[in-house]
Design a protein around this ligand. Structure first.
Ligand SMILES: NC(=O)c1ccc[n+]([C@@H]2O[C@H](COP(=O)([O-])OP(=O)(O)OC[C@H]3O[C@@H](n4cnc5c(N)ncnc54)[C@H](O)[C@@H]3O)[C@@H](O)[C@H]2O)c1
Length: 267
């Protein structure tokens, strides 16, 4: 069994760095014409150079997912240039927080505007294209926080729970056009968003204790799931959220298995 994505066209939002960058590079390595969008111009320039170095096909656009006018321009340019648009990955996101009692309105708005409204706006712009084609894949970044939130994450977790429910609603609306809509829930993937792997050792241990596989996830492991969801292998999957968290809290105290086995982790 092989994943065949050759010749597909994808947009990946927020792909200048982190998981989105890895998703873009992984899709492109599978022959996908990959359009990278982000707000950070320096990171767009860097991934442009990386695409050129690796001989990958695609293009880069500065695009804020809060700006519907700009989103429409980019989607139109993509369709004009490549003729079709098969995959949209709504990866762009921010994580800000604090306990509700002191949470600033601006932080709440930023999380909701980028993570949830940004996803909605991107979908709204590509839906007419995918309907015309009678095919399409929309893949949204939710988070484990949409399943079990952590302290001080009201803004972020609410936005990601919104992404999860939005995904199901949209899947229901787009079934007649053979467009699937799914989301994925990463657990703890060290990136510049969270610096998990640079935290004090004790804190890292406490976080790792929540994971059945007791190690951080890699950006590549998330990108692999996105490739699967974008491929024909996943054509009968829609309206779902897939947890890619190494079994975070899959059992009540995952650490017990490691104590019984007499090992620190599974590496
Ligand atoms: N890293 C994790 O452990 C983890 C866990 C759960 C969910 N996620 C989700 O995965 C996605 C990627 O996370 P990451 O860890 O790579 O984060 P990151 O901060 O490294 O990357 C986020 C990217 O989004 C871009 N971005 C921010 N605001 C934007 C906007 N308004 N318009 C367009 N682009 C914008 C940033 O410039 C950046 O390139 C996010 O949606 C995040 O919530 C990550």
């Amino acid at each position: 069994m092989q994943i065949d994505l050759n010749g597909k066209v994808a947009i990946v939002t927020g792909a200048g760095r982190g998981i989105g960058r890895e998703i873009a590079l992984t899709l492109a390595s599978e022959g996908v014409v990959t359009v990278v969008t982000d707000v950070n111009e320096a990171n767009l320039e860097a991934i442009k150079n990386e695409f050129e170095r690796l001989g990958y096909q695609g293009s880069q656009y500065r695009c804020d997912v809060r700006d519907f006018h700009r989103i429409q321009e980019v989607v139109e340019a993509v369709v004009q240039t490549y003729g079709h648009l098969d995959i949209l990955v709504n990866n762009a996101g921010v994580a800000g927080g604090g306990p509700v009692s002191s949470l600033q309105e601006e932080v709440w708005d930023l999380n909701l505007d980028i993570n949830l409204k940004g996803t909605f706006q991107m979908c709204k712009a590509v839906i007419p294209v995918m309907k015309r084609q009678k095919s399409g894949r929309i893949i949204n970044a939710a988070s484990f926080a949409a399943i079990v939130p952590s302290y001080g994450s009201a803004a972020y977790a609410s936005s990601k729970a919104g992404v999860s429910q939005f995904t199901r609603v949209l899947a229901g609306e787009l079934g007649p056009w053979n467009i699937t809509v799914n989301c994925y829930a990463p657990g703890m993937i060290p990136t510049e968003m969270n610096h998990f792997a640079e935290r004090p050792e004790k804190e890292q241990e406490r976080l790792l204790d929540t994971l059945t596989l007791r190690r951080w996830g890699s950006k590549r492991e998330v990108a692999n799931l996105v490739c699967f969801l974008a491929s024909d292998l996943a054509e009968y999957i829609t309206g779902t959220m897939i947890d890619v968290s190494g079994g975070k809290l899959a059992t009540q105290i995952p650490k017990i298995a490691y104590e019984k086995a007499g090992v620190e982790n599974n590496e």
